[in-house]
Design a protein around this ligand. Structure first.
Ligand code: SF4
Ligand code: SF4
Length: 432
């Protein structure tokens, strides 16, 4: 029935119930409010509109549970327009109140997550609730930097690993993770939810126990992702077969400033070995995209294995504004589900359950932050407990940082990512 009919047929003076469906998310901040339908991506935004902001605030309050009473004289053209949009997008509706005292039952979505995790980000006192949870559940991915050894001298060595999965070395230090320590780590995490290992260097082919390590890793079912710089690949192509077998993939790291004659041929050799591969191109400017196109014309069969990774070099902010910064369309267009919206208010899923172990045993929850422990002197679960209760990465949320905490998009936007730490600002967006 169209809206006008509802009003014509309603008894004079009768109140209406305005309601929102439970799969709709509303957020109101000072002078800015949004309404987002998680089922179909429908999106409404109001800025500097006190009347609509007040209405959305009332609808969203815990007391009203997404249903409010509206007197007929409040049904202004603006409100009718709003109700029409709600109806057309299946986001809500209006109905005549048969009994003005009996408010219809509606369910406002409320996050249903482990209580302890919620406490971690919503209470001042990060309590010891976690003891009640099973700490082993909070480990999915381990990234192991096997060795600091590398004889290359890439310009981006001290930066790239802070932005994406990338090798790095520290000049003047030669260190490697003892095989025994890796074995112990894998034994200790046998009862955890660990499902993937990332293996990086330095140059992993310089790791003195590589053959034994690969054998040991191939004895278990974990997914193995090896990260190899294209220059290492050129020098160690004959050793690549070593990595084959046992649920693994080789990720080749390619940077245009390190592009050398023979890069394409090296990759073609890799294909012949029959290993599953991904090519990660670090992209700094638009010209790089054209170069990738030229490369793909030579090896079109690899187009599905290409990953474009924006790389911030300190000078290409305009490129980042173009390709990385969020817009209202990209945020709503990504159509986050209600589950994702709630999870974004509780944990940082970009790095949650992921730990990095450096060649000297230092453990990090994010390579942009300080170390949180050391596998030579702490148990892995003690380190995880520390990260959950006192850490700065797994629970780093937009709702707690400026300016995102004052922005109604904070739960719709993807979680805080490495680029934000590197650029030292949380609003990589065109909104605030
Ligand atoms: S190959 Fe990797 S580890 Fe070696 S210098 Fe380059 S970025 Fe650093
Ligand atoms: S990044 Fe922050 S400021 Fe920008 S839209 Fe998202 S929540 Fe708002």
């Amino acid at each position: 029935m169209n809206l006008l009919k509802i009003f014509e047929q309603s008894s004079v003076g009768k109140k209406f119930w305005l309601f929102i469906h439970p799969y709709v998310y509303i957020s109101v901040k000072k002078k800015h409010a949004i309404l987002y339908n998680a089922l179909n991506g429908f999106f409404l935004e109001y800025r500097d509109d006190p009347c609509m902001l007040d209405l959305l605030k009332r609808l969203n309050s815990d007391k009203s549970l997404y249903v409010i009473g509206v007197k007929p004289d409040a049904l202004t053209p603006k409100l009718l327009d709003f109700v029409g949009k709600l109806r057309n997008s299946f986001s809500g509706d209006i109905m005549e109140a048969r009994d003005e005292d009996k408010k219809p039952i509606n369910f406002k979505p409320i996050p249903s997550i482990q209580k302890s995790l919620e406490d971690l980000t919503t209470t001042e006192k990060k309590s010891k609730q976690l003891a009640k949870d099973n700490i082993q559940e909070y480990l999915n991915i381990l990234s192991l930097f096997l060795t600091s050894k590398c004889n290359q001298n890439c310009k981006l060595c001290s930066h790239a690993f802070k932005q994406c999965m990338h090798c790095y070395s520290k000049k003047g230090t030669v260190s490697e993770l003892p095989l025994k320590s890796i074995e112990k780590l894998l034994n200790d995490t046998r009862s955890s939810n660990l499902s993937k290992l990332n293996i990086l260097g330095g140059n992993i082919f310089n790791y003195s126990r590589l053959i034994e390590l690969v054998r040991m890793l191939n004895d278990n079912n974990l997914k193995k992702e090896y990260f190899v710089h294209i220059k290492h690949l050129a020098d160690h192509c004959s050793e690549l077969e070593l990595l084959s077998g046992g649920n693994c993939r080789v990720n080749v790291l390619i940077h245009f400033s390190e592009w050398f004659q023979g890069t394409t041929e090296t990759i073609q050799k890799l294909q012949k070995i029959g290993l599953e591969i991904n090519l990660h191109f670090l992209v700094e400017e638009e010209a790089n995209l054209e170069e990738i196109e030229i490369f793909l014309n030579k090896v079109p069969e690899l187009s599905e294995h290409i990953h474009l990774v924006p790389f911030y070099n300190g000078k290409n902010i305009d490129f980042f504004k173009e390709v990385v910064f969020l817009t209202q369309e990209s945020i709503a267009g990504a159509q986050p589900s209600m589950k994702e919206i709630f999870s974004r208010q509780t944990i940082n899923s970009m790095c949650f359950k992921h730990l990095f172990v450096r060649w000297d045993g230092a453990v990090f929850s994010n390579m942009n932050h300080k170390k949180i422990g050391d596998i030579h002197s702490n148990s892995i679960y003690m380190i995880m407990d520390k990260e959950l209760n006192k850490g700065h990465s797994w629970t780093k949320l937009r709702k707690n940082v400026t300016p995102c905490k004052s922005c109604p998009f904070h739960a719709l936007c993807p979680p805080i990512d490495n680029y934000e730490y590197v650029l030292k600002r949380y609003n990589l967006c065109h909104i605030m």
